[in-house]
Structure formats: structure tokens, C-alpha cells
Design a protein around this ligand. Structure first.
Ligand SMILES: Cc1cc2nc3c(=O)[nH]c(=O)nc-3n(C[C@H](O)[C@H](O)[C@H](O)COP(=O)(O)OP(=O)(O)OC[C@H]3O[C@@H](n4cnc5c(N)ncnc54)[C@H](O)[C@@H]3O)c2cc1C
Length: 402
């Protein structure tokens, strides 16, 4: 272990692992520190939730040469259908209209994590330090230092990818904006009676939004948002009762729901760090922004942080610049700020505008959806944003290696 490192990444979740892979192969001296053992069954968020990866995120993984290892477990989304229970409005997005092979892909966090860890553990130029939990952080002019149980590590740039509850972010006193929703997401992989035909359904119900995303083996990933006080009761239902409840909210577009796999519940809140950089430190992924899953944008936003940060850092290193300097990090921040702010705001607006069940709001929502349905240019703009391919894109988002 040769110290100091050029870069230390804290967190081996989807954001941290992806970033280490993106930075590998460029002659940098990198360490990744993860609190859990780096095995797919041990890293906390490599679980069975279905992750909708936008077209732009798939391009990033392709350019990083990890997509081939994910593709067999990923189901394309060719059509998105948005509607409201008991409402007259609906709208849709379509891959053919957008001239892309798929609007996105659904893969379990477990399969995504397995592909990332397979690659990560094969890389020779990344020191994997796990299980090891960061206990303290100290930033000095020339180096950032972190304390683990038995050692101290130093680096020119410290990257916090340690999740929504980020210890590093707290230690470094980054300003955080939070919103509590009083809602939880119930997830389960469900087998429907009819083929999903690669359609992702987003349905707004009086209890909260419900997504049914197409998965491999003709399953669907259910993400159902409910009020916090309903979550325990829903988890305790038997399978038949659970499927009946889901069917009542979702309707019959997929025929009779047949089976449901393991159910999990996630409390939901929004967290946003307006300034994500400090001298020698940056926060990325959920540590920088934790979103409500209503639009499936959380990790898609995080992987765009990863693609951009990798490009800025490598450019800085290649031109002899200090990668932990404010000048380099502010270039990253300026590039990412608008996308981060827009996605955080849009997600929050979506949650709030569909949470109001008063008749005038319901009417306005349904008229809005119908108006959108009749306005292809507006739908096209929304589709490009949802696919993560609008604005100034880093090389990886354009499918190019860095
Ligand atoms: C129900 C649900 C559905 C979702 N669906 C989608 C979707 O469809 N599409 C999408 O894009 N996103 C989705 N998301 C969001 C997505 O899951 C997250 O954005 C993503 O998992 C965040 O990854 P991360 O690497 O930033 O953080 P995390 O997964 O939280 O990883 C952080 C890592 O840091 C480690 N760590 C923490 N503290 C320390 C420490 N002190 N020292 C060392 N290591 C530490 C942890 O062990 C952990 O492995 C969904 C989220 C939920 C809850």
C-alpha cells in the first residue's frame, strides 16, 4: 500500500464501485474503502429491488465495458405508460418514437452489483479495503486523511460515495437540504398473468404512485409508494392478500397477478447537497442527492455524477493539475449543478402534485397528461431528460471511453 493515494473512494455501492471502475486503467493510485465485505450478498443495497437504468446510464456502462456482464439480466423498456387510477388522463413515451433501441433497462440491484464487483475485484490498480469503516476524516491543505480501525490513509482527493446517511458528508459539514415524505416504498418482484410486452407502467393511485417495470423471465418489478403507517400492515399480508391489494390499485392491464417474491420496505425522504465540493473532497451518488423513487432517477443521476467526475479528474491529472484542488472540483460542480438541481426538483414536484386528491388537482393532472399526450415535442423533451441524454454530456454518456 503506497501512500498517499491520488484518490480514495468511500463506499462500494453502485456509485462508488462504478466510479472506481471508470477511473481504473489511467495510471492513478486509487483505494476504495467499503464498510461491508465486498461480496454481492453483503453490500447493503445490492438487493432484489428492480433498478430502471435509463438509456444514458446503459451507454455509460457500455463505454466502461461492464454492460456485457449485465445485459443477460436486464430487460429493455420499450414503452412507458403513465396513468392515474380512476382518472381519464394518460400519456406515454415510446422507444421507436425516440429512435433508441430501448428507453431504459430493468435489472435487479443484485445483478448490477454482481457485475460491478466482478470487474472491481479483477482490477489490479485499485486497492480494495473492505470490510473497513471510516471513523474520522481530516482535511489539510495538501492531503485529506481518513481513519479506519487500524490504519490511517491519505489522499489528494477524497470522494464520498457512502450513501444517503453519509458519514463523510457529516464529518465535513456539507450543507444538506432535506424533506420528509412520510411515505415508504414497498418492493416485490411480481409474476403477472399476461406478458409485460416491455411496457413500464407508472400508475398514480390515491394511496401513492405504483410502478410495474418489465423484468427478465416475464416478471415485473413492483415499486409501490404508501403512507408510512400502512407499510407494516402491507408487509404482513399473506401472498394472496398482498396480490389482491396490488391488483386493486394497479388494475388489470397485466391480467391476474400470479405470484409475488420477497417484499421489502424503504422509508422515503429527499436529501440534496447544493454544494457538493470542498477543497480535496467531493460527495457523489446518494450521499449528494437521495430521491423518492417515483421517477426511478436516483442512481441514474448518480451515474452521471460518476461519468462527469471521472472525466474531470482524469483531465486534471493528465494536464498535471492537482485533482483535489478547488479549481478542478469547481469545474465538476459547475458541470453537474443544473442536472442535479433539476432532477431533484422535478422528482419532488411529481411526488407533491400527485399526492393531492382534491378534485380540482385531480382534474388538472389528468388534463395535463392528456395535453402532454397531444404534444409530441414536449414528450420528446421529457423522454430525453428521463433517458439522461440531454444537456452537456460527459464522454461516457455518449458511449465513448474516457
Ligand atoms: C425502492 C427504491 C427503488 C429505486 N429504484 C431506482 C431506479 O429504478 N432507478 C434508479 O436510478 N435508482 C433507483 N433507486 C435509487 C438507487 O437505489 C440509489 O440511488 C443507489 O442505490 C445509491 O447508490 P450509492 O452507491 O450512492 O449509495 P449506497 O448504495 O447507499 O452505497 C453506500 C455504500 O457506502 C458504504 N458505507 C457507508 N458508510 C461507510 C463508512 N463510514 N465507511 C465505509 N463505507 C461506508 C455502505 O456500506 C454502502 O455500501 C431506488 C431506490 C429505492 C429505495
Amino acid at each position: 500500500m503506497k501512500q498517499p493515494y491520488d484518490i480514495i473512494i468511500i463506499g462500494g455501492g453502485m456509485a462508488g464501485a462504478s466510479l472506481a471502475i471508470a477511473l481504473s486503467g489511467h495510471g492513478l493510485h486509487i483505494a476504495l474503502v467499503e464498510a461491508a465485505p465486498l461480496k454481492v450478498n453483503d453490500v447493503p443495497n445490492y438487493d432484489d429491488r428492480g433498478i430502471a437504468l435509463a438509456h444514458g446510464s446503459q451507454r455509460i456502462f457500455s463505454a466502461m465495458s461492464v454492460w456485457d456482464d449485465m445485459a443477460a439480466n436486464a430487460e429493455p423498456i420499450r414503452h412507458i405508460h403513465v396513468s392515474e387510477q380512476g382518472g381519464f388522463g394518460f400519456t406515454h413515451l415510446d422507444a421507436e418514437e425516440e429512435q433508441v433501441p430501448a428507453l431504459g433497462y430493468v435489472i435487479t440491484a443484485r445483478d448490477l452489483g454482481a457485475a460491478l464487483l466482478n470487474r472491481l475485484t479483477a482490477l489490479q490498480d485499485i486497492d480494495l479495503i473492505a470490510p473497513a469503516r471510516v471513523q474520522w476524516v481530516n482535511i489539510e491543505e495538501d492531503l485529506a486523511h481518513i481513519g479506519l480501525e487500524e490504519q490511517t490513509l491519505s489522499t489528494r482527493l477524497l470522494i464520498a460515495a457512502d450513501g444517503g446517511n453519509s458519514f463523510v458528508r457529516k464529518q465535513l459539514c456539507f450543507d444538506v437540504k432535506r424533506k420528509e415524505y412520510g411515505q415508504s416504498a414497498i418492493t416485490a418482484n411480481v409474476t403477472p398473468g399476461q406478458p409485460h410486452d416491455n411496457i413500464a407502467y407508472e400508475r398514480f393511485t390515491t394511496n401513492g404512485p405504483m410502478a410495474m417495470l418489465p423484468m427478465t423471465e416475464q416478471r415485473c418489478a413492483l415499486v409501490w409508494t404508501v403512507k408510512d403507517n400502512m407499510a407494516g400492515e402491507i408487509l404482513s399480508l399473506n401472498e394472496t392478500q398482498f396480490l389482491e391489494q396490488v391488483q386493486r390499485q394497479f388494475g388489470w392491464r397485466l391480467g391476474k397477478l400470479q405470484r409475488a417474491g420477497k417484499r421489502s420496505s424503504y422509508p422515503l425522504s429527499q436529501l440534496y447537497v447544493p454544494d457538493t465540493v470542498q477543497h480535496r473532497a467531493v460527495v457523489v451518488g446518494n450521499a449528494a442527492h437521495t430521491l423518492h423513487p417515483v421517477a426511478g432517477q436516483g442512481f441514474n443521476l448518480g451515474i452521471r455524477d460518476v461519468a462527469t467526475l471521472a472525466e474531470v479528474v482524469l483531465q486534471a491529472m493528465h494536464s498535471g493539475e492537482d485533482p483535489g484542488s478547488m479549481a478542478a472540483l469547481q469545474r465538476y460542480q459547475a458541470w453537474r449543478r443544473k442536472d442535479q438541481r433539476n432532477v431533484v426538483r422535478l422528482t419532488d414536484t411529481l411526488v407533491r402534485s400527485f399526492s393531492n386528491n382534491l378534485p380540482p388537482f385531480k382534474m388538472a393532472r389528468n388534463l395535463g397528461m392528456l395535453a402532454l399526450e397531444g404534444l409530441p415535442p414536449a414528450r420528446h423533451a421529457i423522454a430525453r431528460a428521463a433517458m439522461g441524454i440531454h444537456g452537456r454530456l460527459p464522454k461516457l454518456s455518449r458511449g465513448l471511453p474516457i
